[in-house]
Ligand binder design. Sequence first.
Ligand SMILES: [Zn+2]
Length: 342
Amino acid sequence: MRKILYFIGLGTLIFSCTPQKNVKKSNYSPKTTSIQPKTVAKTPQAQEKPKPQITNDRGVEFFTTNIADPAKNDNTVSYGSIVSAKPAGYKVVKTYFPALAQNFRQKYLILHYTALPDDKSITVLTQQAVSAHYLVNNTGDNEIYQLVDENKRSYHAGVSSWRSDKNLNDTSIGIEIVNAGYTPDSAGKKIFVTFSYEQMKKVAALAKDIINRYQIPATNVLAHSDIAPTRKQDPGPLFPWKKLYDEYQIGMWYDEAAKQSYYDLAMADFATKYNEASFIFNIQTQLQKFGYGLDLSGKWDDATKKTIEAFQYHFRPQNYDGIMDAETWAILQALNQKYPAK
Ligand SMILES: [Zn+2]
């Protein structure tokens, strides 16, 4: 009986944005005499909406059904563990008043390589000042190591930004992949190391699971180099972004026909206006619109070059010299057309 919900008039007066509130009658005690509670029987709406079910797995409680309303907000499908206070002498109840207005903190999935072998990757990511939620080894077994609870921040992104978000450690899940990274050749070109087929399959399965549970949009599945292009190269141009998109529907990729039409347009006058400030400004604007944190200088400055290089790692890996060319420019425009900022 004590868990039966009643409507009261008070909620209408206090919460103008939520015209009806379910309040537990037995706990209600009005603070003023001018507003009198009006109790009515349970409404059909209240009867139809089941309370979220909770299971307990080794001392950790989990919601097993949606708490929130997916139609109201982004990222409102709420499964997962419940962390609650345990105030001395009081009982925290979780199922009476689950709020519609909630979402996941986990908005991004960021992929990295460790630039270290397996054993050193584990040591650095567990014993030092950096970490990630998951570590994908390169031993060919079927294990994926979890280093940090998904509800907690891990220290993988550092100073970072994407679109209007900054400091992406706050809002992301980080996956580190064991890979040697790059070594510069005699001409200074960065030579990267391939990812094994087993690693790619592990990353795909893990990413798919995380993306599905948190409803992470394709535009928020990114490389470390995307969110920190002046500092980072990982996971580099040999990371199989296109394969993940084609075979697992993970992340972004452009449509070939759109790229071709932008390419034809670009070729008409690309070389003649290449060094015009207005053209560089336009390219920087498109990079910024896509998501990169970049100042609009109207010059081919170092930050712009590194941002182009990061873009090429992800979307035009055949040539990652950091120089904007007609194909890179066409791909950028095709992506902005396909994934417009909201
Ligand atoms: Zn990284």
